[in-house]
Design a protein around this ligand. Structure first.
Ligand SMILES: C[S@@+](CC[C@H](N)C(=O)[O-])C[C@H]1O[C@@H](n2cnc3c(N)ncnc32)[C@H](O)[C@@H]1O
Length: 434
C-alpha cells in the first residue's frame, strides 16, 4: 500500500464518512433503470452484489436485510468503518454479508465473483489515479457478463467553480489537527471569504451558493469533499473514454430525468436535440447547460452496447411497477373536461384535462409509497372511469403509456422490476426516499 493510500486510510479511520441509505445506487433501482434502457439485468433477489468503498455498509446492510437470498460483499480501506459494519451486521443477524478490510488496488476480488451488481459510490473522484484504474479494472474483471455497475463521480463544468472554493480552503488550511477542528477552520475561512467578497462579485455569488446548500452539510462531508486530499473531477465524455479502455460502456444515468433535453426550455431543448448526434454528446452538452457537478453512471460490459436503447418506449413498461405521488392540486379530481394541476405546489406539476390521465394519477397517488404494476394500473384506471360513469377511451393504454413516459423523463415517477408492497415494520425507510 503506497503512502497516499495509507494517508487516505487514516483520514477515513479518523473521520468515518457517516454514510446513510441511498436508494439511487440500490440494485433494485439499477435493475429497473437498466431494463428501461433495453438491458435485461440479473434477478435482484438472488443477486451477488459488491460495493467498492462500502464504509460501514450503510448502503449494503439494508439491501442484505431486504433480500436474504442475495449475497453481499463490501470492501473498504478503513478498518474502523469495516469493524463498525461487521458489528451492525452481526447485531442484525445478517448471514449474507461479507465485509472486507482492504485496498481495492491490491485485493483480488475475482475469486469472490462474478458479481451481478457492483456499486462504487463516493470513491472514484476522491482517490489517486491508480485506485481509479483499479475500480474500473475490478468492474471489468469481476462483473458478470449480464451484470450492471454503478459509479458516481464529480464532473466539470460544475466543479470548475466549486474548485475555486476548494483551492482557497486547501491552500489556507493546514491538514493538521482533529477532523472537527479542521472542519471548524474551514467554515471560518468560508465565512471570511463571504465577509470580504465585493458585493455583486463572482466570489460573492460563489460563497452565497455554497452557503445556501451547506446548512445541511455535516463536518464529514466537508472533510471528504472540499477538504479531501484527492478530488479529480472529469468531463463526462472523458469518463466514458476511460470506460472504453476497460471494455466497459456507459448505459444510462441513475437519474434518467437528467438525460433528456425535454427538461429544459422548449426552444433550448429543440436546439440541443437538433445539434447532437448521439446520446453521449447530448448529455455532455446538458452538463454544460446545467453546470453539472456530480454524476451517477450505470456501466455495463462493452459486449452489451448493441442492446442499449435511449428511446424510453412503452415496450419496456409491461414488466415494471410504478410509484408516484401527484395529488390533484385543488384537492380532488373533476371528471368534467376541466384542466387541473397535479402535484404539490412549488414542485413540477402536470396540467391535464384528460380523464384517463387524471384517473391514472389518482391511482398512482392512492398507492404511494407502494408500487402498482403496469397491468394493474390500466385495470384500476378503467375501474375508476367506469365507477365515475365514464366510458374508457379506446386508446386508454396509449394515454397511460404516454403519461408514464412523460413522468419518467421528468423524474416524477419511481419504478422497479419487483413490486414494493407495504412492509411490517412501519419505521423501515421507504424504498423511494429521495
Ligand atoms: C466517501 S466514502 C463513501 C462510502 C459509501 N460508498 C457511501 O456511499 O456512503 C469513500 C469510501 O471509500 C473508501 N476507500 C478509499 N480508498 C479506497 C481503496 N483504495 N480501497 C477501498 N476503499 C477505499 C474510504 O475508506 C471510504 O470509506
Amino acid at each position: 500500500m503506497n503512502s497516499a493510500t495509507q494517508r487516505r486510510r487514516a483520514d477515513y479511520d479518523e473521520a468515518p464518512y457517516g454514510s446513510s441509505v441511498r436508494p439511487v445506487p440500490s440494485p433494485d433501482h439499477l435493475a429497473a433503470v437498466a431494463h428501461l434502457f433495453g438491458v435485461d439485468p440479473p434477478a435482484v433477489d438472488t443477486a451477488r452484489v459488491l460495493e467498492i468503498g462500502c464504509a460501514s455498509g450503510a448502503n449494503l446492510l439494508p439491501f442484505a436485510s431486504a433480500y436474504p437470498e442475495a449475497t453481499v460483499v463490501g470492501i473498504d480501506l478503513s478498518g474502523v468503518q469495516i469493524a463498525a459494519g461487521r458489528h451492525t451486521a452481526a447485531a442484525k443477524g445478517l448471514r449474507n454479508v461479507t465485509l472486507l478490510h482492504g485496498d481495492i488496488a491490491e485485493f483480488d476480488l475475482n475469486p469472490l465473483g462474478p458479481f451481478d451488481f457492483i456499486v462504487c459510490h463516493g470513491v472514484y473522484s476522491w482517490v489517486p489515479d491508480h485506485v481509479r484504474e483499479a475500480v474500473l479494472d475490478t468492474i471489468r474483471t469481476a462483473l458478470a457478463p449480464q451484470g450492471v455497475a454503478y459509479v458516481s463521480y464529480d464532473v466539470y463544468p460544475g466543479w470548475k467553480t466549486k474548485e475555486v472554493l476548494r483551492d482557497f480552503l486547501t491552500r489556507f488550511d493546514h491538514p493538521v489537527g482533529m477532523p472537527a477542528e479542521r472542519a471548524r477552520r474551514a467554515r471560518t475561512l468560508i465565512d471570511f471569504l463571504g465577509d470580504v467578497a465585493p458585493a455583486g462579485s463572482e466570489l460573492e455569488r460563489l460563497v452565497l451558493t455554497y452557503l445556501s446548500t451547506s446548512g445541511q452539510i455535516g463536518d464529514n462531508y466537508l472533510l471528504h469533499e472540499e477538504l479531501e486530499r484527492f478530488n479529480s473531477p472529469c468531463y463526462f465524455v472523458d469518463f466514458v473514454e476511460r470506460l472504453d479502455a476497460h471494455e466497459l460502456v456507459y448505459l444510462a444515468d441513475a437519474r434518467p430525468d437528467t438525460m433528456y433535453a425535454a427538461n429544459y426550455a422548449e426552444e433550448a431543448a429543440q436546439r440541443l436535440i437538433e445539434e447532437c448526434e448521439s446520446q453521449l454528446e447530448l448529455e455532455q452538452r446538458l452538463d454544460f447547460v446545467g453546470n453539472r457537478a456530480f454524476r451517477q453512471s450505470l456501466v455495463v460490459p462493452a459486449c452489451r452496447a448493441a442492446q442499449i436503447r435511449y428511446d424510453v418506449g412503452p415496450a419496456r413498461f409491461p414488466l415494471l411497477h410504478f410509484a408516484s405521488r401527484l395529488p390533484a392540486a385543488d384537492g380532488f379530481t373533476r371528471f368534467d373536461h376541466s384542466s387541473q394541476y397535479y402535484g404539490e405546489p412549488g414542485t413540477r406539476q402536470i396540467y391535464t384535462n384528460d380523464h384517463g390521465v387524471k384517473a391514472a394519477l389518482d391511482v398512482l397517488t392512492a398507492c404511494w409509497p407502494h408500487t402498482v404494476s403496469w397491468h394493474r394500473l390500466t385495470r384500476a384506471v378503467r375501474e375508476r372511469l367506469t365507477g365515475a360513469g365514464l366510458e374508457p377511451p379506446a386508446d386508454l393504454q396509449t394515454r397511460i403509456d404516454m403519461l408514464l413516459q412523460m413522468l419518467i423523463v421528468r423524474g416524477l415517477v419511481c419504478y422497479r422490476l419487483d413490486p414494493v408492497a407495504p412492509v411490517d415494520d412501519p419505521t423501515a425507510p421507504s424504498m423511494f426516499t429521495r
